[in-house]
Design a protein around this ligand. Sequence first.
Ligand SMILES: [Zn+2]
Length: 167
Amino acid sequence: MRTLLALSLVLFTGAAAAQQPAPQPPAPVKPTVGQEQSYPAKPEATAPAAEIPHRFWDTKNKSLFAGVLAARALDFASTKNMRARGRDEILLTNEIVDNTPAFVAIELGGAALSVGVSYWLHRKNHHKLERWVSIVHIGVTTFGAARNYMLETRRPAPATFRLVFRP
Ligand SMILES: [Zn+2]
């Protein structure tokens, strides 16, 4: 009986709560006359082509130039590897790439030229192209280096073989 009483009490209070009117949403705030709502001022329209100038040696360029240098180093290593496996250089001559100081100078020159072209574009306000020079350089050089490593080994015949058979 006590349980039934408690149950009916719970049901009754629950029903009473359900009969309460639903809470009303807050009344919209009416703007007072003479006080128009102010919106933030529209920013001045800027020409879409105008790019914000930046320092030439900013973080992005430093990273890109480091990438170019790394790509040149990869090209150097892969070309030397390819030559050691008996393959011939296509862009330069075998004599140049076999001459390590000359080849290092060419690789560094390539990187310096790339930075120079980027700087020229920066001065001409072509800041996107300026970055793309490095991006394309890294891409093409890395692809070439990968290709060098994938070339089939074609070792030259040993010197003794050549002496005997004169191929
Ligand atoms: Zn720039």
